[in-house]
Every structure is written in C-alpha cells, then in structure tokens.
Design a binder for this molecule. Sequence first.
Ligand code: NDP
Ligand code: 8X3
Length: 249
Amino acid sequence: MSRTVFITGASSGIGRATAELLAEQGFRIIACGRREARLKALKEKWGDAVHTLCFDVRDKQEVFDAVASLPGVFKEIDVLVNNAGNAHGMDAIDKGSLEDWDAMIDINVKGLLYVTKAILPVLLKSGNPQIINIGSTAGKEVYPKGNVYCASKFAVDAINQALRIDLNEHGVRVGAVNPGLVQTEFSEVRFKGDSPRASAVYQGFHPLTPEDIAEIISFVLSRPAHVNIADLVVMPTDQASSTIVRKAK
Ligand code: NDP
Ligand code: 8X3
C-alpha cells in the first residue's frame, strides 16, 4: 500500500527534489509551499499522485486550515517531512537584523512546530507513522555569523529528540537528516537575491545536490518499520566542517 507523505517547502530545493523522487517511487505526496505556480507545476507533472497546499508555515491559522482542507485519501498522512526553512542574512550578532531573526525563528522553529501539531492527530492514526526533520550541520556546530540560523537548527535538533521521546509510546519513527552545503535557492534567500554572492558559496568545490538529499530521505523511508534512522549527518566530500571546505585555488 502506498504511503502518503506531507512535505513542507516542496516548491524548491531539497523539498521539491524529494517530492519528485517519492512521487516517482509511488508515494502519494502532499506538496506544500507559498509559491503556488511552482506547486501547480508539480501537480501538472504528477497528476493524482500529488495534492498541493499553499500556505505560510508562520501563520497558525493557515497551517491548521490547510491540513483540515485535505481531501479523500490525502487526509490519511503516514509521513511528515519537515523541510521548509531558510537562512535570512549572515551578519555578526551585534549587526544582525531583527526582521531576519524573526523570520528564522518563526519559519524554521515555530513553523515546524505548528505543522507538526496540526498533522499529529492524523499521523497517529497511521499504521506506519514517521517524521523526518530536516536539520543542518548548522544545528550541530555554530559557525561565524551563523548565530540565529544555527540557533534555529539547534532547536530543530532538540525538537527532533523531543518528538522521538514523547511519541515513543505511539510507535512513531522520528529522525533528522542534517545536510552540510547543498546547492539550492538557500543562499539566494540568505543573501536576499544577491546571485553572485549566493553562487560564490558553491564555487570551487563539489556541493551536495537536492537530489542527493532526496535519495537519503527515500532510503530513510524505505527501512523496515522496526528501523529508525534517528540522526543522520551528510556533507559533501569536500566539506569537513561548517568552516573547513576544500576549494580549488
Ligand atoms: P530552498 O530555498 O531551495 O527551499 C526552501 C523551501 O522552504 C521552499 O520550498 C520555500 O517555499 C519553503 N519555505 C520557506 N519559507 C517558508 C514559509 N514561510 N512558509 C512555507 N514554506 C516556506 O532551500 P533548501 O531546499 O536548501 O532548504 C530546505 C531545508 O533544508 C531548510 O530547512 C534548510 O534550512 C535546510 N538545509 C539546507 C542546506 C543547504 O545548504 N541548502 C543545508 C542544510 C539544511 P516557498 O518560498 O514557496 O514558500
Ligand atoms: C545550511 C548549511 O552551512 O550554509 O544549513 O549553514 S550552512
């Protein structure tokens, strides 16, 4: 029987690659994001296998209304992939912008909590419930000017552990996938559309692709029900830590 997977941030990067791969593998997908045209393109490509939900994870009401609006078989969610998130800005903490800090805490932490809270009642009815949280190496190690983004991803790490502990009695598999540098729209968002600065982040070495992470998520989902990959860190071979990256001279 095919499982139904609810993916936040499916309009771009890791989330979109995951939606595409899992749709191809026969999962039923609920693809979420704010950019409706991007989601519509997924729906057009995958037809009945995909249902789209357009909402902002920061808005509690939108989150709960979106989940309540799910039709027919899409109401029966087996898997939640908490992926929506971004960095906003990269400044020393004394120079950081309050708006950027609010965005990261509201999206990466509170948004993840709102979505999880809205989905748990249905997820707990699944015969094979699973949550995959997309953390980051930034949630394992603080780097210069990473401050609030790192704090938001450390929070994802804590929430991942908390969900695993509190949902243990319900038999929910909870695990995190924590990538290092993946080439997506992440740096475009972080640097507010400064494309040369964003693309420079991935120059001179071989970064991960969104498809690399999608394959790992698919592997995590394909383990037998008694196997839970609780916390996985993946970096490009050229990356040793948040600050040590082997780059061509
Ligand atoms: P992208 O910018 O390509 O994708 C981010 C996704 O999050 C988009 O689909 C976007 O959709 C969604 N999103 C952002 N804000 C909101 C919001 N307020 N409400 C709803 N959806 C939102 O970046 P990535 O694919 O790289 O990022 C995905 C996750 O991976 C993030 O949690 C990020 O922190 C994490 N990560 C990324 C790494 C990297 O190097 N790229 C490394 C480690 C972790 P839309 O704009 O349509 O709403
Ligand atoms: C994204 C990886 O190193 O840009 O979470 O913070 S990094």
